[in-house]
Write a protein that binds this ligand. Structure first.
Ligand code: AMP
Ligand code: MG
Length: 489
């Protein structure tokens, strides 16, 4: 048994452990040699009702490492399945444990998960561990997403373990403490549908309804209403990803949450040059999870979700399929509407008109043709600075701009309100890949965390348009090698 900490502030409940045994395995984190705190998220700690000084103490660090457990913790690894690159398989937390659900002083409930905490019954051939670089990368990108207003799991802390882990080379081991609305995934339902009874599936659905969608409890068809809510949240999430140029990289059904939060920051990255075919993940050779495919892939994932839920929609299979198809048909419409509203806001348009879609599409076509930087194109339009190079110097762009300006003068809101709207919707900075790499290299190779702290500070207010942010807005120097990210890290 892992020892207990004396930490106050933790206020755990363990509702997931009250689900049938099928859904999890009780497993303690495996203690590590000599844990040290790499980074702690003070503002998140405060929101959770935790005390920063305590978390930085020996007991706090021991807890983040899984060497000691706070009172009330009940560690478990969750079982789930998933379609990975289209193929169905059994998965589960192979290198993570949920230590409990923190009930905050505001009464909210968050999963507290240690990622990289050792082997579990679902580890298959893996070592259950994680390396420092990828855990810090998840920390940076998830916190940047949060600041950008994109629903996401968050990062409370990273500790190093004092142990090496074997990948292509030996790497320093680390554990990330992840905070999530829940870890219920489409894959959790696929697991229940494949290996549980209909009663188990129903129990899981009731749990999800209770935790995320209490408002549908009174609905005549609560499970269908829940499905519709998940569709709505995913349509919102996909639009938000597309509007900031985020590429998840591994949209397998086990990485799609029911809560609508972004989860599992593996081979993800932000796009620099605009191109819908952009892929960063080294293992995504077919471009299945390319930027431009993300909404369609999410629709595919939501169809797998519906398949798992069919027995709860109707006793008659054909009727159930019919019901599911009707609900899913809403997804592309909802997504497109969210996306177009967002694109209009990026262009300073308050109430969209029928022709606005062509204005948006024409701009995107020009950006693609001239290999324009995604974030900086909208940033330049927002600042209305007359940089006359690249796309901006072309006749076709000038024609587009005249049309856009004419559109803005037709709306009742002033040009300055339009500019304000644009500022709120076009980030001045995103976590650019070369900057992420620079911060990771300093921290991992040289133990210098100043670069990362500065970067996190810049990213914490992406719509501020400060002078300090200008340096971080610059795209990378042209390179012959495409940026690549790796899975299974
Ligand atoms: P991911 O690509 O992070 O979504 O993980 C896919 C599956 O592989 C999940 O079931 C993970 O728990 C498992 N997994 C990833 N890395 C490891 C590891 N080092 N040891 C054991 N399981 C792992
Ligand atoms: Mg995963």
């Amino acid at each position: 048994m892992n020892k207990k900490t004396n930490l106050t502030g933790w206020n755990f409940d363990n509702s997931y452990s009250r689900l049938p045994d099928l859904f999890y395995s009780n497993v303690n984190p495996s203690p590590v040699e000599s844990p040290q705190l790499s980074i702690l998220n003070s503002s998140l700690a405060e929101n959770l009702g935790l005390i920063q000084e305590e978390l930085q103490s020996e007991d706090g660090v021991a807890m983040f490492a899984g060497n000691k457990l706070p009172g009330g913790a009940s560690p478990l690894a969750q079982a789930y399945a998933g379609h990975q690159f289209g193929h169905f398989t059994m998965l589960g937390d192979g290198r993570a444990v949920l230590i409990g659900e923190q009930i905050t002083p505001q009464g909210e409930r968050f999963d507290i998960q240690l990622k990289g905490s050792g082997r579990t019954p679902y580890s298959r051939g893996g070592d259950g561990r994680a390396a420092l670089g990828p855990m810090l990368r998840e920390y940076i990108i998830s916190e940047a997403m949060y600041a950008l207003g994109v629903p996401t799991t968050r990062s409370l802390a990273v500790v190093t373990t004092g142990e090496s882990i074997v990948r292509e080379t030996n790497l320093p081991g680390a554990i990330l403490t992840r905070v999530a609305a829940s870890h219920l995934r489409v894959g959790t339902f696929q697991y229940a549908a494949r290996w549980g009874t209909t009663e188990d599936l129903k129990t899981l659905a009731d749990y999800a309804v209770n935790r995320h969608f209490p408002e549908v409890q009174e609905d005549a068809q609560p499970y269908l209403a829940m499905y519709r809510q998940v569709i709505k949240r995913q349509a919102d999430l996909m639009a938000k990803w597309q509007l900031v140029g985020f590429i998840h990289g591994v949209m397998n059904t086990d990485n799609i949450t029911v809560s609508g939060e972004t989860i599992d920051y593996g081979p993800c990255a932000f796009m620099d040059t605009y191109d819908p075919a952009t892929v960063f993940s080294s293992i995504d050779r077919q471009g299945r999870y390319a930027y431009g495919n993300q909404p369609d892939i999410d629709g595919w994932n939501l169809a797998r979700f519906a398949e798992a839920l069919l027995p709860l929609f109707h006793d008659d299979q054909e009727e159930a399929v019919q019901i599911a198809q009707e609900a899913l048909a809403e997804f592309p419409k909802l997504y497109h509407d969210n996306w177009l509203n967002g694109m209009c806001a990026k262009l300073g348009i308050f109430d969209k008109e029928k022709e606005d879609i062509s204005l948006v599409e024409e701009l995107l076509a020009l950006m693609k043709k001239h290999a324009a930087d995604f974030t900086n194109t909208f940033r330049a339009l927002t600042l209305d600075n007359s940089v006359e190079d690249g796309m901006f110097a072309t006749q076709e762009f000038k024609e587009w701009k005249a049309k856009w300006q004419e559109r803005l003068s037709r709306q009742k809101e002033s040009k300055s309100s339009a500019a304000e709207l644009m500022k709120k919707n076009n980030p001045a900075v995103i976590p650019r890949n070369h900057r992420v790499e620079e911060a990771l290299e300093a921290a991992v190779d040289h133990g210098d965390y100043t670069v990362m702290h500065k970067f996190l500070d810049i990213l914490s207010n992406p719509f501020a348009y400060t002078e300090e942010q200008e340096e971080y807005a610059k795209p990378p120097a042209p390179s012959n090698l495409p940026y690549r990210t790796y899975c299974g890290t």
